[in-house]
Design a protein around this ligand. Structure first.
Ligand SMILES: [Zn+2]
Length: 242
């Protein structure tokens, strides 16, 4: 049996077709939730990985970081449930504290080898100028983890002992990209995206609901410009070398 088929037959593997790796609770809803709803309705299993605990994401001077962590985790769970995401993995790194380290990379490789996704969605690390450091680092480390580290069996010999075998991700889908080459029609899933975003009350609860809806609708209308459909999520998509 080759390593790929061996891995598929092992208990340690919990295959999902799509893995969404988000820097903070809420980024996936802004970036890819309309497409997630489509993947789910196409019968795909989707898993979220949330890299940081979001404990800096509040403008409320009375908010305690430990309370914010709990609130944001609950909000992320609610949003994921509303979209039909199968599972959410929280890595609990501190907000604004991500670094491109061998440990973080290995943590992501481990998850890629456990879930064995065909598609991985994350933040585009190559957005220029003003861009959240956690987004830049998440995107970069995800891309490195996919290729070559998750693919090569000699990358982490210790993983082989844990029955975590090499895996080739087929495609990457990057949100917030300045180099868009792929647009997904979210006209029919826009309301699900909006509802998922509204689960993040600590982030959007201060915006009057009609204002949030109009802002989001306009944002996705703009992303659909030139297409035959009304509302889109826009990405940079690439296939990984096989
Ligand atoms: Zn973020």
């Amino acid at each position: 049996m080759d390593l790929e088929s061996k891995a598929r037959s092992l208990m340690n593997s919990k295959p999902a077709q799509v893995m969404v790796i988000t820097p903070h609770p809420d980024d996936a809803e802004y970036g890819v939730a309309g497409t997630v709803a489509r993947w789910v309705s196409d019968g795909k299993q989707v898993v979220y990985v949330v890299c940081t605990n979001g404990d800096k994401g509040s403008g409320d001077p009375n908010m305690k970081p430990e309370d914010l962590v709990r609130i944001r985790e609950e909000e992320q769970m609610a949003a994921a449930r509303s979209l039909g995401v199968r599972e959410v993995v929280f890595l609990h790194h501190p907000d604004q504290g991500l670094e491109d380290t061998p440990e973080f990379r290995k943590e992501l490789v481990r998850l890629i080898r456990i879930y064995r996704p065909e598609t991985v969605a994350t933040a585009d690390p190559y957005r220029r100028y003003i861009w959240h450091r956690d987004h830049r680092i998440t995107g970069q480390v995800v891309l490195d983890a996919i290729f070559p580290y998750a693919r090569d069996h000699l990358s982490y010999p210790d993983f082989l002992k844990e029955d975590l075998y090499p895996h080739k991700v087929r495609e990457i889908v990057l949100w917030a990209s300045e180099d868009v080459n792929y647009r997904v029609d979210i006209t029919d899933t826009f309301n699900l995206k909006l509802a998922a975003l509204r689960c993040h009350k600590s982030q959007v609860g201060h915006i009057p609901p009609p204002e949030l809806e109009e802002w989001l609708r306009q944002r996705h209308r703009t992303m659909a410009e030139g297409e035959a459909f009304q509302l889109a999520e826009a990405f940079h998509r690439a296939e990984t070398p096989q």
